[in-house]
Design a binder for this molecule. Sequence first.
Ligand code: UDP
Ligand code: MG
Length: 320
Amino acid sequence: MTHVPHHYLSVVVPVHNEAEGITAFHDSLVGIIQHVGAYEILYCNDGSSDTTMQSLNAIAQANEHVRVLTLTRNFGKEIAISAGIEHARGDAILMLDADGQHPVELIPEFIKSWKAGYKVVTGLRTANQKEGLVKRYGSRLFYSIFRRSTSFDLVAGATDFRLIDQEVRKEFLRLSERSRIVRGLIDWLGYEQHYIPFVANPRLLGKSPYSYRKLSKLAVDSVVSLSSVPLYLTAFMGVIVLPLSVLLGLFMTIEMLIGDPLQLHITGGAFVLVLVLFLVGCVLMSQGIIGLYLAHIHSETQNRPLYVIDNAASVRLNET
Ligand code: UDP
Ligand code: MG
């Protein structure tokens, strides 16, 4: 590899079907970082099915600091970012979304914090006017469950709008799990972080491909991959339910023996039905939770590569 100047910035941008807005985004990004110093922009084309690739080719043609990493299919944003981090060559690696939601005007601030010595600088989202109630409260609920069920503190509002030092990148690359949430993994590495608050812009163009279903899957995945608490909870549930049914049985027997002093008139059928429903519910739930972990272990043990690169459709990816 050729000599890379010091204070060289890599910008990693995951891109999935952003044809409508990518050129405007690129112009705004370059407008900011060309004043910051030496840079490269690494677009990670995550299996776009529209004309994103053509736009990226045109962008790369016009600007020699642009590299394009193309994945063979849609692997998901988390994996696209991971691929970008792996191929980034800078002393600092900044990741941001291609839809204009992460304000590029803040990039100089990120770099200032990095030069001041922080190895991880994280954008903290403070508000998003255009976001629906469900998404907003959903994410709040997720953070509180996450904090309670794992041993470390995922700061609410911490986003993927981040800068990491080359040293953090090296440690990051040692993490091999497949179902991943990049910001969680970077938090797990434990470096001291500096937070920069920002207000997310509305998307430039196009719509978020993240449906509620996908978002819930991401939330479940990240709890399962970072915490075993749900498993303990099911065991705990057993510990509660068992004595409870014993007590209920005793109560019933006593009621029967001394002739319904509380005048409850519990019929045996109703009683059994409720009890059975309760127990079946508990069993199903614990099975479901065990199933989640099993699926997780299953996908991790297959040990497939994280992603596959389409070399022919990539630009300046491996050149030195
Ligand atoms: N993205 C991606 N792969 C996907 C989905 C999204 O690379 O499967 C990219 C997308 O192009 C954008 C970023 O990830 O640059 C964030 O996506 P989006 O704005 O849809 O997510 P949100 O803002 O809701 O987090
Ligand atoms: Mg977005």
